[in-house]
Design a protein around this ligand. Structure first.
Ligand SMILES: [Fe+2]
Ligand SMILES: [Fe+2]
Length: 228
């Protein structure tokens, strides 16, 4: 049994969204993901850190989820900024069960237990959101969601997963960093950064938390092992 994380699969099996327009690094990304996930085992757990499917609704994302479901182990899915298919937890769970997608679950306002650890997370917030005007409501909601998830850990040691980076060269989100430290999060994995922005990612320990970028193109489309 091992725990993995990877974000930004950016699957679009039912929509015309070729990813190689974002650079040669994305060439054959679906096949590369398939090959990498084939190395995992049924007892493994993978956290998918957002931007999972380009589908704008369940119908358009179903083939993407069938592919993910065919990979070994359980997958916990976070919301990313491109997950337009996202819906209420009840509707997403029904969508998974109605379609026999038995290995998928959602990480949103909740936590999942892995061994001694609690796996917590939410989408987070990034300065790009400012482009539509500072949306205090969206920001506050994300901090509240993160805290609800961290509280659900019930005192267990915590591994946190966010879609947006809580820190970046030249950027800090103090409210989110403060929550991670307050709840003694040991490690925080995040996605969202692609291509040229990889070089601005922050990896390693800052304050008391160890940070890792896990966007798929950064990882070469191979899920990162977080724990045995
Ligand atoms: Fe993103
Ligand atoms: Fe992304």
């Amino acid at each position: 049994m091992a725990l993995y994380a990877i974000g930004d699969l950016h699957l679009g099996l039912s929509v015309n969204k070729p990813m190689n327009v974002f650079g040669p690094g994305w060439e054959g990304h679906v096949e590369r993901l398939r090959d990498a996930f084939a190395q995992l085992n049924d007892g493994d757990v993978t956290v998918l850190c957002g931007d999972t499917s380009w589908g704008i609704d369940f119908a358009q994302s179903l083939e993407d989820f069938r592919l993910i479901d065919s990979f070994p182990g359980k997958k916990l899915i976070l919301k990313g900024n491109h997950d337009y298919w996202w819906n209420t937890a009840a509707k997403m769970k029904r969508f998974f069960s109605d379609n026999g997608l038995t290995t998928l679950d959602i990480l949103h306002n909740n936590c999942h237990v892995y061994g001694d650890y609690a796996l917590c997370g939410t989408r987070g917030w990034f300065y790009e959101e400012e482009q539509t005007g500072h949306n205090e409501k969206v920001f506050n909601r994300e901090v509240i969601r993160l805290e609800a998830s961290l509280k659900a850990a019930g005192g267990r040691p915590i591994l946190a997963f966010l879609h947006y980076p809580p820190l970046y060269t030249g950027y800090r989100c103090p409210e989110i960093l403060q929550k991670l430290e307050e709840y003694h999060v040991e490690r925080c994995c995040y996605g969202h950064l692609h291509g040229p922005t990889h070089k601005r990612a922050i990896e390693g320990t800052v304050g008391t938390v160890a940070y890792s970028l896990v966007s798929a193109d950064y990882l070469g489309f191979v899920p990162k092992k977080i724990l045995d």
